[in-house]
Design a protein around this ligand. Structure first.
Ligand code: UDP
Length: 325
Protein backbone atom coordinates (compact mmCIF):
# COMPACT_ATOMS: atom_id res chain seq x y z
CA UNK A 1 0.00 0.00 0.00
CA UNK A 2 1.00 3.58 -0.57
CA UNK A 3 -0.08 5.32 2.62
CA UNK A 4 -0.48 8.95 3.60
CA UNK A 5 -0.39 9.75 7.34
CA UNK A 6 -1.66 13.19 8.29
CA UNK A 7 -0.15 14.01 11.67
CA UNK A 8 2.53 11.39 10.98
CA UNK A 9 5.17 13.24 13.01
CA UNK A 10 3.02 12.95 16.12
CA UNK A 11 3.30 10.30 18.78
CA UNK A 12 0.86 7.73 17.34
CA UNK A 13 1.49 8.72 13.70
CA UNK A 14 5.22 8.13 13.93
CA UNK A 15 4.72 4.68 15.49
CA UNK A 16 2.23 3.86 12.74
CA UNK A 17 4.69 5.09 10.08
CA UNK A 18 7.44 2.81 11.42
CA UNK A 19 5.13 -0.22 11.52
CA UNK A 20 3.82 0.40 7.99
CA UNK A 21 7.39 0.64 6.68
CA UNK A 22 8.29 -2.59 8.51
CA UNK A 23 5.33 -4.28 6.84
CA UNK A 24 6.61 -3.26 3.39
CA UNK A 25 4.31 -0.31 2.67
CA UNK A 26 5.19 3.14 1.32
CA UNK A 27 4.67 5.97 3.81
CA UNK A 28 4.23 9.67 3.21
CA UNK A 29 3.86 11.90 6.27
CA UNK A 30 2.16 15.27 6.16
CA UNK A 31 2.51 17.21 9.41
CA UNK A 32 2.68 20.89 10.36
CA UNK A 33 4.64 20.09 13.55
CA UNK A 34 2.06 21.90 15.70
CA UNK A 35 2.17 19.17 18.33
CA UNK A 36 4.27 16.64 16.41
CA UNK A 37 8.04 16.74 16.26
CA UNK A 38 10.60 16.20 13.53
CA UNK A 39 12.56 14.08 16.04
CA UNK A 40 9.76 11.50 15.88
CA UNK A 41 10.38 10.83 12.17
CA UNK A 42 14.14 11.43 12.14
CA UNK A 43 14.96 7.66 12.24
CA UNK A 44 12.57 7.04 9.31
CA UNK A 45 14.12 9.59 6.95
CA UNK A 46 16.81 7.31 5.46
CA UNK A 47 14.19 4.71 4.50
CA UNK A 48 13.70 4.41 0.72
CA UNK A 49 9.92 4.02 1.05
CA UNK A 50 9.54 7.02 3.38
CA UNK A 51 8.97 10.66 2.53
CA UNK A 52 7.40 13.65 4.26
CA UNK A 53 6.31 17.26 3.92
CA UNK A 54 6.00 19.85 6.66
CA UNK A 55 2.73 21.51 5.81
CA UNK A 56 -0.80 21.89 7.06
CA UNK A 57 -3.60 19.65 5.80
CA UNK A 58 -5.64 22.74 5.05
CA UNK A 59 -3.14 23.62 2.30
CA UNK A 60 -5.50 21.99 -0.19
CA UNK A 61 -3.32 21.80 -3.33
CA UNK A 62 -0.60 20.02 -1.34
CA UNK A 63 -3.05 17.73 0.41
CA UNK A 64 -4.83 16.89 -2.88
CA UNK A 65 -1.55 15.91 -4.51
CA UNK A 66 -0.61 13.54 -1.70
CA UNK A 67 -4.09 12.05 -1.45
CA UNK A 68 -3.95 11.34 -5.20
CA UNK A 69 -0.65 9.52 -4.83
CA UNK A 70 -1.75 7.16 -2.04
CA UNK A 71 -4.10 4.20 -1.63
CA UNK A 72 -4.99 4.81 2.03
CA UNK A 73 -5.12 7.95 4.17
CA UNK A 74 -4.58 7.60 7.91
CA UNK A 75 -6.01 10.87 9.16
CA UNK A 76 -4.39 11.51 12.53
CA UNK A 77 -3.77 15.26 12.30
CA UNK A 78 -5.77 16.91 15.08
CA UNK A 79 -5.59 19.18 18.08
CA UNK A 80 -4.91 16.89 21.05
CA UNK A 81 -4.49 17.08 24.80
CA UNK A 82 -7.07 18.31 27.30
CA UNK A 83 -4.76 21.14 28.41
CA UNK A 84 -4.40 22.45 24.87
CA UNK A 85 -8.11 22.11 24.24
CA UNK A 86 -9.10 24.06 27.34
CA UNK A 87 -6.54 26.77 26.56
CA UNK A 88 -7.22 27.09 22.82
CA UNK A 89 -10.78 26.00 22.03
CA UNK A 90 -11.08 28.00 18.77
CA UNK A 91 -7.95 26.33 17.41
CA UNK A 92 -9.23 22.90 18.51
CA UNK A 93 -12.63 23.18 16.89
CA UNK A 94 -11.29 24.67 13.66
CA UNK A 95 -8.39 22.24 13.29
CA UNK A 96 -10.47 19.16 13.96
CA UNK A 97 -13.51 20.03 11.90
CA UNK A 98 -11.91 21.87 8.95
CA UNK A 99 -9.00 19.44 8.70
CA UNK A 100 -11.21 16.37 8.47
CA UNK A 101 -13.58 18.11 6.05
CA UNK A 102 -10.72 18.82 3.66
CA UNK A 103 -9.25 15.31 3.90
CA UNK A 104 -12.60 13.64 3.22
CA UNK A 105 -13.43 16.00 0.36
CA UNK A 106 -10.19 15.24 -1.49
CA UNK A 107 -10.24 11.52 -0.72
CA UNK A 108 -13.80 11.34 -2.06
CA UNK A 109 -12.72 12.58 -5.49
CA UNK A 110 -10.70 9.39 -6.02
CA UNK A 111 -12.48 7.12 -3.51
CA UNK A 112 -9.37 6.58 -1.37
CA UNK A 113 -9.85 4.67 1.87
CA UNK A 114 -9.71 7.05 4.86
CA UNK A 115 -9.05 5.93 8.42
CA UNK A 116 -10.28 8.64 10.78
CA UNK A 117 -8.65 8.69 14.21
CA UNK A 118 -11.32 9.60 16.74
CA UNK A 119 -11.22 9.35 20.50
CA UNK A 120 -12.77 7.74 23.57
CA UNK A 121 -13.48 11.33 24.65
CA UNK A 122 -16.63 11.17 22.46
CA UNK A 123 -18.29 8.92 25.07
CA UNK A 124 -18.03 11.88 27.44
CA UNK A 125 -19.59 11.42 30.88
CA UNK A 126 -21.46 8.26 29.94
CA UNK A 127 -21.55 5.71 32.75
CA UNK A 128 -22.62 2.79 30.53
CA UNK A 129 -19.34 0.90 30.98
CA UNK A 130 -17.58 -0.64 29.17
CA UNK A 131 -18.17 1.76 26.29
CA UNK A 132 -19.61 0.04 23.23
CA UNK A 133 -19.40 1.64 19.79
CA UNK A 134 -23.19 1.85 19.45
CA UNK A 135 -23.75 3.42 22.89
CA UNK A 136 -25.14 6.92 23.44
CA UNK A 137 -22.63 9.74 23.83
CA UNK A 138 -23.05 12.06 26.83
CA UNK A 139 -21.44 15.47 26.69
CA UNK A 140 -21.64 18.40 29.09
CA UNK A 141 -22.46 22.07 28.66
CA UNK A 142 -21.03 24.08 25.75
CA UNK A 143 -19.59 26.47 28.36
CA UNK A 144 -17.11 23.75 29.27
CA UNK A 145 -14.39 23.88 26.62
CA UNK A 146 -13.31 20.31 27.21
CA UNK A 147 -16.47 19.10 25.46
CA UNK A 148 -15.52 21.02 22.32
CA UNK A 149 -12.93 18.34 21.68
CA UNK A 150 -15.43 15.47 21.97
CA UNK A 151 -17.92 17.39 19.90
CA UNK A 152 -15.42 18.25 17.15
CA UNK A 153 -14.40 14.59 16.96
CA UNK A 154 -18.02 13.46 16.92
CA UNK A 155 -18.59 15.81 13.95
CA UNK A 156 -15.57 14.20 12.25
CA UNK A 157 -17.21 10.82 12.79
CA UNK A 158 -20.59 12.00 11.48
CA UNK A 159 -18.92 13.52 8.44
CA UNK A 160 -16.86 10.40 7.68
CA UNK A 161 -19.90 8.12 7.99
CA UNK A 162 -21.95 10.55 5.88
CA UNK A 163 -19.31 10.42 3.11
CA UNK A 164 -19.55 6.63 3.22
CA UNK A 165 -23.34 6.61 3.10
CA UNK A 166 -23.85 9.34 0.54
CA UNK A 167 -20.75 9.21 -1.65
CA UNK A 168 -19.50 5.63 -1.13
CA UNK A 169 -16.19 6.91 0.19
CA UNK A 170 -14.67 3.97 2.13
CA UNK A 171 -13.98 5.12 5.71
CA UNK A 172 -13.09 3.47 9.01
CA UNK A 173 -13.52 5.36 12.29
CA UNK A 174 -11.28 4.40 15.22
CA UNK A 175 -11.89 5.56 18.78
CA UNK A 176 -8.53 5.45 20.54
CA UNK A 177 -8.53 5.07 24.33
CA UNK A 178 -5.69 6.87 26.15
CA UNK A 179 -2.87 5.64 23.92
CA UNK A 180 0.52 5.67 25.63
CA UNK A 181 4.09 4.67 24.88
CA UNK A 182 7.59 6.01 24.27
CA UNK A 183 7.79 9.43 22.52
CA UNK A 184 4.47 10.71 23.89
CA UNK A 185 5.09 14.18 25.26
CA UNK A 186 3.64 15.55 28.48
CA UNK A 187 3.62 19.05 27.00
CA UNK A 188 -0.11 18.96 26.24
CA UNK A 189 -1.12 17.60 29.62
CA UNK A 190 -1.15 13.83 29.07
CA UNK A 191 -0.94 12.11 32.39
CA UNK A 192 1.53 9.26 31.83
CA UNK A 193 4.47 11.24 30.41
CA UNK A 194 3.77 13.95 33.01
CA UNK A 195 3.94 11.51 35.93
CA UNK A 196 7.07 9.81 34.58
CA UNK A 197 8.84 13.15 34.07
CA UNK A 198 7.83 14.34 37.54
CA UNK A 199 8.88 11.08 39.21
CA UNK A 200 12.29 11.01 37.49
CA UNK A 201 12.94 14.66 38.31
CA UNK A 202 11.94 14.16 41.95
CA UNK A 203 9.14 16.73 41.52
CA UNK A 204 5.71 16.34 43.07
CA UNK A 205 3.49 13.93 41.12
CA UNK A 206 0.35 15.98 40.45
CA UNK A 207 -2.89 14.00 40.68
CA UNK A 208 -5.76 16.17 39.48
CA UNK A 209 -9.07 15.92 41.34
CA UNK A 210 -9.35 13.09 43.87
CA UNK A 211 -7.42 10.55 41.82
CA UNK A 212 -10.31 8.09 42.04
CA UNK A 213 -11.12 8.71 38.37
CA UNK A 214 -9.89 5.87 36.20
CA UNK A 215 -8.59 5.32 32.67
CA UNK A 216 -7.59 2.32 30.55
CA UNK A 217 -4.23 2.93 28.88
CA UNK A 218 -3.53 1.28 25.52
CA UNK A 219 0.01 0.54 24.38
CA UNK A 220 0.71 2.38 21.11
CA UNK A 221 2.13 -0.78 19.47
CA UNK A 222 -1.11 -2.67 20.15
CA UNK A 223 -3.19 0.21 18.82
CA UNK A 224 -1.09 0.48 15.63
CA UNK A 225 -1.40 -3.29 15.08
CA UNK A 226 -5.17 -2.96 15.42
CA UNK A 227 -5.25 -0.09 12.92
CA UNK A 228 -3.28 -2.08 10.37
CA UNK A 229 -5.45 -5.18 10.81
CA UNK A 230 -8.68 -3.19 10.35
CA UNK A 231 -7.40 -1.47 7.21
CA UNK A 232 -6.78 -4.89 5.67
CA UNK A 233 -10.35 -6.03 6.45
CA UNK A 234 -12.99 -4.96 3.89
CA UNK A 235 -15.80 -5.56 6.40
CA UNK A 236 -14.38 -2.76 8.59
CA UNK A 237 -15.46 -0.16 6.04
CA UNK A 238 -18.25 2.14 7.19
CA UNK A 239 -17.77 1.01 10.81
CA UNK A 240 -16.60 2.51 14.11
CA UNK A 241 -14.16 0.60 16.37
CA UNK A 242 -12.78 1.11 19.86
CA UNK A 243 -9.03 0.42 20.13
CA UNK A 244 -6.94 0.30 23.28
CA UNK A 245 -6.69 -1.86 26.38
CA UNK A 246 -9.58 -2.65 28.73
CA UNK A 247 -7.54 -2.92 31.92
CA UNK A 248 -8.61 -0.05 34.17
CA UNK A 249 -6.51 1.86 36.72
CA UNK A 250 -7.28 4.88 38.91
CA UNK A 251 -5.11 7.95 38.42
CA UNK A 252 -3.91 7.67 42.03
CA UNK A 253 -3.05 4.02 41.34
CA UNK A 254 -1.13 5.15 38.26
CA UNK A 255 0.80 7.75 40.30
CA UNK A 256 1.75 5.07 42.84
CA UNK A 257 2.80 2.62 40.12
CA UNK A 258 4.99 5.23 38.41
CA UNK A 259 6.54 6.22 41.75
CA UNK A 260 7.35 2.58 42.57
CA UNK A 261 8.67 1.72 39.11
CA UNK A 262 10.97 4.75 39.03
CA UNK A 263 12.02 4.24 42.69
CA UNK A 264 11.24 7.93 43.08
CA UNK A 265 11.10 9.97 46.28
CA UNK A 266 8.52 12.29 44.75
CA UNK A 267 5.54 13.21 46.85
CA UNK A 268 2.11 12.46 45.35
CA UNK A 269 -0.03 15.60 45.67
CA UNK A 270 -3.60 16.36 44.66
CA UNK A 271 -4.43 19.46 42.63
CA UNK A 272 -8.05 20.64 42.31
CA UNK A 273 -9.41 20.50 38.76
CA UNK A 274 -10.13 24.25 38.67
CA UNK A 275 -6.44 24.91 39.36
CA UNK A 276 -5.25 22.34 36.84
CA UNK A 277 -7.66 23.30 34.04
CA UNK A 278 -10.42 25.90 34.51
CA UNK A 279 -13.29 26.56 36.88
CA UNK A 280 -16.19 24.15 36.52
CA UNK A 281 -13.97 21.60 34.75
CA UNK A 282 -15.67 18.24 34.40
CA UNK A 283 -13.72 15.01 34.26
CA UNK A 284 -15.07 11.58 33.41
CA UNK A 285 -15.05 9.22 36.39
CA UNK A 286 -14.27 6.07 34.42
CA UNK A 287 -13.33 5.12 30.89
CA UNK A 288 -13.11 1.51 29.70
CA UNK A 289 -13.44 0.27 26.11
CA UNK A 290 -15.53 -2.66 25.02
CA UNK A 291 -13.10 -4.27 22.55
CA UNK A 292 -15.39 -7.06 21.36
CA UNK A 293 -16.11 -5.55 17.95
CA UNK A 294 -12.46 -5.31 16.79
CA UNK A 295 -11.72 -8.60 18.51
CA UNK A 296 -14.46 -10.43 16.60
CA UNK A 297 -13.61 -8.92 13.24
CA UNK A 298 -9.80 -9.01 13.21
CA UNK A 299 -8.85 -10.83 16.42
CA UNK A 300 -7.67 -7.63 18.11
CA UNK A 301 -6.24 -8.29 21.59
CA UNK A 302 -4.00 -5.90 23.51
CA UNK A 303 -0.74 -7.76 24.20
CA UNK A 304 1.22 -5.26 26.26
CA UNK A 305 -0.04 -4.33 29.71
CA UNK A 306 0.52 -1.06 31.56
CA UNK A 307 3.56 -2.02 33.72
CA UNK A 308 5.45 -3.18 30.63
CA UNK A 309 4.46 -0.01 28.76
CA UNK A 310 5.53 2.15 31.70
CA UNK A 311 8.91 0.39 31.79
CA UNK A 312 9.45 1.35 28.12
CA UNK A 313 8.36 4.94 28.76
CA UNK A 314 10.62 5.26 31.80
CA UNK A 315 13.58 3.91 29.75
CA UNK A 316 12.77 6.38 27.01
CA UNK A 317 12.70 9.34 29.42
CA UNK A 318 15.96 8.19 31.03
CA UNK A 319 17.58 7.87 27.59
CA UNK A 320 16.63 11.45 26.81
CA UNK A 321 19.02 12.37 29.58
CA UNK A 322 17.13 15.43 30.57
CA UNK A 323 13.49 14.97 31.48
CA UNK A 324 12.02 17.51 29.11
CA UNK A 325 9.98 15.13 26.97
N1 UDP B 1 -4.20 14.03 35.13
C1 UDP B 1 -3.56 14.15 36.37
N2 UDP B 1 -2.34 14.77 36.41
C2 UDP B 1 -1.72 15.26 35.30
C3 UDP B 1 -2.39 15.13 34.04
C4 UDP B 1 -3.63 14.52 34.01
O1 UDP B 1 -4.07 13.69 37.39
O2 UDP B 1 -0.62 15.81 35.42
C5 UDP B 1 -5.51 13.32 35.10
C6 UDP B 1 -6.61 14.01 34.33
O3 UDP B 1 -7.31 14.95 35.12
C7 UDP B 1 -7.48 12.82 33.93
C8 UDP B 1 -6.46 11.70 33.72
O4 UDP B 1 -5.29 12.09 34.44
O5 UDP B 1 -8.34 12.45 34.98
C9 UDP B 1 -6.10 11.47 32.27
O6 UDP B 1 -5.72 12.69 31.70
P1 UDP B 1 -5.16 12.85 30.23
O7 UDP B 1 -5.09 14.31 29.92
O8 UDP B 1 -3.91 12.07 30.05
O9 UDP B 1 -6.25 12.14 29.31
P2 UDP B 1 -7.86 12.25 29.25
O10 UDP B 1 -8.31 10.87 29.59
O11 UDP B 1 -8.34 13.25 30.24
O12 UDP B 1 -8.13 12.61 27.86
Amino acid sequence: MRTLITGGAGFIGSHLAASLLDAGHDVFVLDNLSTGSIDNIEPLKPHARFDYAIDTITNEPVLAEHVDRCDVVFHLAAAVGVQLIVEAPVHTIETNVTGTEVVLKHAAKKRKLVVVASTSEVYGKSTALPFHEDADLMLGSTHQHRWAYACSKAIDEFLALAYWKERKLPVIVLRLFNTVGPRQTGRYGMVVPNFVRQALAGDAITVFGTGTQSRSFGYVGDVVRGMMALVAEPRAIGEVFNLGNNHEITIRGLAELVKTMTASNSEIVTVPYEEAYESGFEDMPRRVPDLTKAQKLVGYEPRVQLPETLAMIIDHHRALGKQDA
